[in-house]
Design a protein around this ligand. Sequence first.
Ligand code: NAP
Length: 297
Amino acid sequence: MAEARIIDGKAFADGLRARIAEEVASLQAEHGLTPGLAVVLVGDDPASQVYVRNKGEQTLAVGMHSVTHRLAADTRQEDLIALVEQLNADPAIHGVLVQLPLPAHLDPAVVIAALDPDKDVDGLSVISAGRLASGLPGLTSCTPLGCMMLLRDALGDLTGKNAVVIGRSNLMGKPMAQLLLQADCTVTIAHSRSRDLPAICRQADIVVAAVGRAEMVKGDWIKPGAAVIDVGITRFPARDPQAAAAGKTRLVGDVAFDEAKAVAGWITPVPGGVGPMTIACLLQNTLTAAKRRSGLA
Ligand code: NAP
């Protein structure tokens, strides 16, 4: 059997951002509407700083309004919530994202609950989860949304397919399973207590691995021809000792890529698969939120 086709998430994300930029330009020209995204970063976690900078740059690159609020690590919860409420009320802002993780003294559940659900572009609030589970219009967590776009692009109609999602987090596994269910898949959610995970996976036309355990999913877990979406990211020191000594890392997914590629029909690589979709979907959610706010969607 031929090797799996590689699902190129970077190319898809580039195309998605280009389509978003076109739509932003026509919203501005026809309705005077510029979608706006506000990102709030508390503290100086180096990884979060990189993510927040990338989000700001990509927001501007598609022609949207971008605001970044950088708050001190010792910011009080009431001050953070006051900022969220100010952004909720700001008509130039259609999406608000509070970068996680927050410093330990801040409760992310309380902060996320303060977000206007119609601006919750990370899809993390209880109301967003409830809307998704109830099939109501809402905003969906960006990474699962990106996985769905890649699956639809590769497979077309997903009706009737057996899908196995490994992982049940609120951020990833649960919304992924809901989206697959909405697409008329038969969905199994597996987790750390599931029995005989290899046998569960072998039933699947679609496997979405969202665990965070490097190369856990082996080639012989995959049904021939299945689509494999690898969400997991584990960082290891770079292979080159000099690069490793300089602190460089390499990313490894949850799927043993070479083995799985020999069996699967489609597979996402790590890096270059799901990862690039996340910020592109954040922009998509901001566009959706702006259009809904203005009665255009
Ligand atoms: P998480 O909250 O740690 O959840 C991990 C899930 O994996 C849990 O539901 C856990 O089950 C399950 N699990 C752990 N060990 C398992 C095992 N041996 N067999 C089966 N299931 C097992 O992580 P997350 O936030 O969902 O993220 C998952 C991975 O995706 C991480 O590597 C993360 O870095 C990556 N990620 C990537 C992107 C991206 O942009 N590409 C975005 C988000 C997340 P229990 O519930 O039973 O503990």
